[in-house]
Design a protein around this ligand. Structure first.
Ligand SMILES: Cc1cc2nc3c(=O)[nH]c(=O)nc-3n(C[C@H](O)[C@H](O)[C@H](O)COP(=O)(O)OP(=O)(O)OC[C@H]3O[C@@H](n4cnc5c(N)ncnc54)[C@H](O)[C@@H]3O)c2cc1C
Length: 584
């Protein structure tokens, strides 16, 4: 679709958030640059050919990723009673007609090998009499979730993967380092501009770059995500010219602990898998009358049911009730949850636990093909930042760590092969390491502007307002009118926040959140139907016409609406920057 540029210059926003003069900023070189130190990023690092150098840049200290926070576990067919076809069917059912069947099939079949690999690297999954203990979560027809430390799977998996990564001689990790933007030249990604408090800005030139920056739950006032999940990777891929897809699909976790003043801790679906009930303020169980799968219905169904009951009862939450279950067993299975509840004087085994939905998982993202290639040559992506075709319009529980493992490995392998020439002839490495003369129209003195910008804007206030607005207007239930109102407000904020230059992550992060929010709202406005996690009360049914992806490219006002392809490819990525698409 060839559409004219948006007449409003604020629509596209600046190409680079920060000024940098290549002669004044230090330069570093690496073969593969990985942005993000969660499971997808580290799995990618482990897959890179040992002859190549790898740099992992992460804005946390390797402990603050969503991967570290994952609770329930990893889905995979490891029980002889279970079948790949069952896991595929459950994933497709949850995905609301937008999954790519080839992707689902391949990922599901790869799961046992990826789980076995984690075990070989030292992950201690919970087991019973020498067999893996398998949990069951909403939307799964079988027990097939491997988990660790009861409800702290992410912590244990990341411990093992970080230890493994530390053995790699070719790997360097740069913690506490914020990626501001991807560097692009001649229609290809050449690395990234990064910043850390000790060294300031650095230009990191890379032969291949892998984006693994995770999700965007922090765009919402109620969220299960860690503070760093602010959608940076989505925004920086967007500014660099990669296609983003299906941005309206944000999954809300139905059961987030809701205690005023307390952290919004997720209460894992495994709790409902173990038999917990959802009840209203009068203690009445409501799920069986709303869906035959009751508490084990897919997340969107449960989140919507809870929202409906909250409206009906004029309450800010509903409750989880485990009092009918064996107390010792509950404590054994959910020690982390029991401890968090105890901090607020609640006994998980006896008391009713107040819960409500919260933004949990970003389903839309950077379009990738089966090997993790984006539409921007030289850039790969893996994990929650992507739209791979696995989740469709709704993610099946515990399929995301799996996706990070599978696509992390593929992206690391594909990047290595491209550099080493296995899939496109010998690579001319020198060409790619030559520092191009980048044009950055923002190459001005950043200090004066940054000082001015920070002085006149209350960034925390805009951030809080944005999160409240997204929760109110772009939450579990949406309507055209309220989405239109939200878009107008966010466009207004964009107009005066995006042109500014900031000197620190707080400002860049806010700019990223605004860019991502705008795309999410535009996607939600565009999709005039209800599908998966996207519930439009003014269009409450799915529409065959909308069994399509909605793609976004910077510089084009209109979205690319593309009927579902079952085969997954992005174009073109056949060799190092050969036949590059015109990316603006
Ligand atoms: C509470 C909770 C429980 C969950 N439970 C499960 C579960 O049981 N099973 C399951 O399958 N999924 C679960 N999920 C989802 C799953 O954890 C995530 O989808 C998955 O871990 C994402 O992995 P990732 O590597 O893509 O991103 P992350 O693990 O989030 O890692 C992203 C990394 O990128 C870095 N980063 C981001 N922006 C920048 C930047 N600008 N510069 C530099 N670095 C940056 C971050 O610091 C972080 O290191 C859960 C999520 C949450 C929040």
């Amino acid at each position: 679709m060839n559409q004219p540029h948006h007449p409003d210059p604020a629509f596209a926003g600046p190409r680079y958030l920060a000024a940098f003069g290549p002669k004044r900023v230090p330069h570093c070189f690496t073969d593969v640059l990985i942005l993000g130190g969660g499971l997808a990023g580290l799995r990618a690092a482990l897959a890179v050919d040992p002859r190549l150098t790898v740099t992992v840049v992460t804005k946390d200290d390797l402990q603050g990723s969503s991967s570290q926070w994952a609770q329930g576990g990893i889905a995979g067919v490891v029980d002889p009673e279970d079948r790949f076809d069952n896991h595929v069917a459950d994933t497709l059912t949850a995905g609301g007609g937008l999954c790519h069947e080839d992707v689902v099939d391949a990922v599901v079949r790869e799961a046992p090998a990826r789980i076995a690999e984690l075990i070989a690297w030292g992950t201690r999954f919970d087991s019973h009499n020498g067999s893996l203990e398998l949990g069951r979560e909403g939307g799964h027809s079988h027990h097939r979730i491997v988990h660790a430390l009861g409800d702290a799977t992410g912590r244990e998996v990341m411990r093992a993967v970080i230890e493994r990564a530390r053995t790699l001689a070719n790997l360097e990790v740069w913690p506490d380092t914020f990626t501001i933007d991807l560097l692009t030249h001649e229609h290809g990604c050449r690395g990234a501009l990064v910043w850390n408090p000790a060294h300031g800005k650095t230009l990191v030139w890379a032969r291949r770059t892998i984006l693994a920056t995770g999700g965007a739950g922090q765009l919402y006032r109620e969220s299960t995500n860690p503070p760093g999940a602010s959608g940076d990777g989505l925004a920086l891929a967007w500014r660099a010219g990669a296609e983003l897809r299906d941005m309206e699909f944000m999954q809300f976790h139905p059961t987030v602990l809701y205690i005023a003043g307390g952290a919004r801790s997720l209460i894992t679906e495994a709790v409902r898998g173990a038999g917990a009930w959802l009840v209203d303020r009068d203690g009445r169980r409501f799920m069986p009358e709303m869906d035959p799968r009751a508490e084990l219905a897919p997340r969107d169904v449960v989140a919507r049911a809870i929202t409906e009951v909250m409206h009906r009862t004029h309450q800010a939450n509903v409750f989880l009730d485990l009092s009918h279950l064996d107390a010792a067993e509950v404590r054994r299975k959910f020690p982390g949850m029991a401890e968090i509840c105890a901090k607020f004087g609640l006994d998980l085994t006896r008391d009713r636990i107040p819960v409500r939905p919260g933004a949990h998982y970003m389903i839309g993202g950077v379009t990738v093909d089966g090997r993790g290639r984006t539409t921007l040559p030289g850039l790969y992506a893996a994990g929650e930042v992507t739209s791979s075709g696995l989740h469709g319009a709704n993610r099946l529980a515990s399929n995301s760590l799996l996706e990070g493992l599978v696509y992390g490995a593929r992206a690391g392998e594909a990047a290595s092969e491209d550099i080493l020439g296995a899939s496109g002839g010998p690579d001319d490495g020198d060409r790619e390491f030559r520092v191009p003369a980048l044009s950055n129209p923002r190459a001005v003195d950043p200090h004066s502007q940054a000082a001015e910008a920070n002085g006149s804007l209350d960034l925390a206030d805009i951030r809080n307002s944005l999160r409240a607005l997204m929760w109110r207007h772009v939450g579990v239930e949406r309507t055209g009118d309220s989405l239109g109102e939200a878009l107008e407000t966010v466009e207004g904020w964009c107009r005066y926040v995006l042109p500014r230059q900031f000197a620190e992550p707080q400002g860049w992060q806010l700019q990223n959140m605004l860019e991502v929010a705008r795309l999410m709202i535009r996607g939600a406005v565009e999709r005039r139907e209800t599908r998966g996690v996207h519930f439009r009360s003014d269009f409450p049914e799915p529409s065959a016409a909308w069994r399509a992806h909605i793609g976004w490219l910077r510089g084009r006002e209109q979205p690319l609406v593309e009927a579902l392809r079952t085969a997954t490819s992005v174009e073109p990525c056949t060799g190092p920057y050969a036949g590059a698409t015109e990316v603006r």
